[in-house]
Write a protein that binds this ligand. Structure first.
Ligand SMILES: NC(=O)c1ccc[n+]([C@@H]2O[C@H](COP(=O)([O-])OP(=O)(O)OC[C@H]3O[C@@H](n4cnc5c(N)ncnc54)[C@H](O)[C@@H]3O)[C@@H](O)[C@H]2O)c1
Length: 296
């Protein structure tokens, strides 16, 4: 048996209180990393860090809005002051809202998507790079199949992910001279709050279509995505940089309702014991309108 793949590494995971981020934090700790669990004020980041410690890992938490310049800088400084260095930045924090055709899409929601998804990745990357250059570290950011394919009724969301793809590829080329790698994981529909009509902005039809159009006939689990993050962050991926790594159940090349024909749609059980997979949109006042709406 080999050593854990991230043994001795220090990693920041943004948006790690819930959903895919919680899974990445647990997976990285399982692989031996000391993890800085970041999330917005009110996200269960303390609980995630405590759970990791309970299970024998190393983690600390920090509440910070990483789309805000001072708080992003403080998040990076906190990691370095706690553990003396930084090896991996995971730009996972993100936001998903809308469900309107473009002619009706509110400018306010567009701005919030750009702010949460693009500005956060830029700021964290900017502040982390001087430290990553010292450790020959790497960055893994949350892209999406939507950044390749676009997504009807959520058009600005897809645009934010395409921006992240191009930004990471540019960073990969620019920072290779320092030994710093930069990649994106590009998930398809994942089993978090976002892809359920009861907890996210999708309506009933869109929720059904999302699964039907995925060849594997189901959502991915947060752990299945965390596994790809762990690979890209580890030395096993030492020759991978500038990659947009699809982990999308096959939705990118798919046509029609191919998912309805999948024979094996059971989710793998996994090894991580996650508590907040569906909690991403809890305590978010902008989602208040969704709660209690019948027929969605
Ligand atoms: N769920 C999917 O189907 C899917 C598909 C493709 C890509 N992704 C990407 O994966 C990432 C995680 O999504 P998820 O489904 O786990 O959603 P989620 O809502 O469970 O997790 C996102 C977390 O980021 C936090 N966050 C948002 N803005 C922040 C900020 N400025 N500072 C700090 N924390 C912030 C949120 O509070 C939340 O806890 C996102 O970037 C998303 O775009 C998700």
């Amino acid at each position: 048996m080999g050593e854990p793949r991230l043994k001795g590494k220090v990693a920041i995971v943004t948006g790690a209180g819930t959903g895919i981020g919680e899974a990445i934090a647990h997976k990285f700790a399982y692989e031996g990393a000391a993890v800085i669990v970041n999330g917005l004020y009110g996200d269960p980041v303390r609980d995630v860090a405590a759970h990791i410690v309970e299970r024998g890992g190393t983690a600390v938490s920090i509440e910070a809005d990483v789309a805000e310049e001072r708080q992003a800088r403080e998040c990076v400084e906190f990691a370095v002051s706690e553990f003396g260095k930084l090896d991996v930045l995971v730009n996972n924090a993100g936001y998903f809202d809308g469900m309107e055709e473009t002619q009706n899409f509110p400018l306010e929601t567009f701005d919030r998507l750009m702010w949460a998804n693009v500005r956060s990745v830029f700021l964290m990357t900017k502040f982390a790079l001087p430290h990553l250059q010292q450790t020959r570290g790497n960055i893994v950011s949350a892209g999406s199949e939507a950044g390749f394919n676009g997504i009807a009724n959520f058009t600005p969301y897809g645009a934010t992910k395409a921006a992240i793809h191009a930004f990471m590829k540019g960073v990969a080329m620019e920072q290779a001279r320092y030994g710093v790698r930069a990649n994106c994981v590009c998930p398809g529909p994942i089993d978090t709050a976002w892809t359920h009509k009861s907890t996210g902005p999708m309506d009933k039809k869109t929720e059904k279509m999302t699964v039907s159009s995925t060849p594997l006939g189901r959502r991915g689990t947060p752990e299945e995505i965390a596994n790809v993050y762990a690979f890209l962050a580890s030395a096993e991926a030492s020759y991978v940089t500038g990659a947009l790594w699809l982990a999308d159940g096959g939705i990118t090349p798919a046509h029609g309702n191919i998912g309805d024909f999948a024979k094996y749609t059971d989710e793998p059980e996994g090894i991580l014991r996650l508590r907040h997979s569906q909690d991403g949109l809890k305590n978010k006042p902008e989602y208040a309108r969704i709660e209690g709406q019948d027929g969605r």
